[in-house]
Design a protein around this ligand. Sequence first.
Ligand SMILES: NC(=O)c1ccc[n+]([C@@H]2O[C@H](COP(=O)([O-])OP(=O)(O)OC[C@H]3O[C@@H](n4cnc5c(N)ncnc54)[C@H](O)[C@@H]3O)[C@@H](O)[C@H]2O)c1
Ligand SMILES: O=P(O)(O)OC[C@H](O)CO
Length: 358
Amino acid sequence: MTAPNKVCILGSGNWGTTAARIIGANVQKLRNFDNEVKMWVYEEMVDGRKLTEIINTDHENVKYLPGHKLPANVVAVPDACEAVRGATHIVVVIPHQFIEHLLKTIHGSVKHGARAISLIKGIVIDKHGMTTMTQLIHRSLAIPVSSLSGANIANEIAEEKYCETTIGCAEPDEAIVWRSLFNTPYFQVNCVSDVIGVEFCGAVKNVVAVGAGFIDGLGLGNNTKAAIIRIGTLEMRRLAMHISGAQIQDSTFNESCGIADVITTCYGGRNRRLAEEFVKTGKPMAQLEQEMLNGQKLQGYLTAGEVYQYISSRGVTDHFPLFTRIYKICYKGEAPQTIFDGLNVDFSQDRRTPSPML
Ligand SMILES: NC(=O)c1ccc[n+]([C@@H]2O[C@H](COP(=O)([O-])OP(=O)(O)OC[C@H]3O[C@@H](n4cnc5c(N)ncnc54)[C@H](O)[C@@H]3O)[C@@H](O)[C@H]2O)c1
Ligand SMILES: O=P(O)(O)OC[C@H](O)CO
């Protein structure tokens, strides 16, 4: 008897491959899921061989997750349409700068009745204002879309070090199915109904990570970084209130996707690391990305630009001094030391008063 459900994974970077390891192992225990998991790989040559061929032969993504074997039921596919065809559950996990092109490509190949989950941390600014990845995917494919985000540095998860994550899913029955695909003893999933809140936190924390990296680059200490984390978190919450109609819940900030991700990203993430180098070397972020990440992609400096585009178009940059400084340091050649300018904003009147714990 054929299983009713089939997963595909769109993306095979550092996090995409880590997610494939988890899902590939989990479907083997789920009787309602087909054993095979197709993973779309943006094809490239690695040491004279196609990356898809390496993954399917050696069961390792040697470029984006070296040192960790994939289950043999994860099959790398270079054609996104082929990967998605027949899938009932679509996991989207690519850098956010490539999502619109991918959606155009797969539009028309998605099975009727399929659903998706976005693991992407990023936003786009378009005619709708600030658009999240689940909104973008839903508008393009007209299917239900959930989100997954958390304090989740992929390499640590691939090493099976205990952590938590948050799934945002509007339908409780669907949330149970998504949880069954991702949950493991070392990757603990908590589900909430706030789809947009979960992904919003994951995207905007990357801007705070850039600020934290600037502090490290300036050689300042833990207290200074804690101040940037505190103000950054307040600006995240304030921005959440500005996104009208989204109804982001304040409690979402207490989940792994909220404060926990802000902490991990400001200490261990790629955005933090390259922002530190930006200050130390004076090289542009895009150049550092090319020189230091071996094909992996940064989201933080792009999101800083997108957030600034949004707040400046609404004339509210004064309400977001940290996000404004981070943008100007990244893009306008302003000195990293100016990060502290104007940070004495009063957040006490914000409608959702932050909890004293934060
Ligand atoms: N790596 C992490 O620790 C981590 C953790 C949680 C969430 N995320 C988020 O997951 C998303 C994916 O990140 P990642 O870490 O898996 O990727 P990555 O940065 O490791 O790798 C970049 C990926 O983009 C692909 N790519 C390059 N050019 C492309 C193009 N033109 N079109 C499509 N794909 C192209 C590459 O083949 C590669 O798979 C991002 O939004 C990221 O913020 C990452
Ligand atoms: O390495 P970064 O900066 O892309 O962050 C990775 C994850 O988002 C941390 O949760």
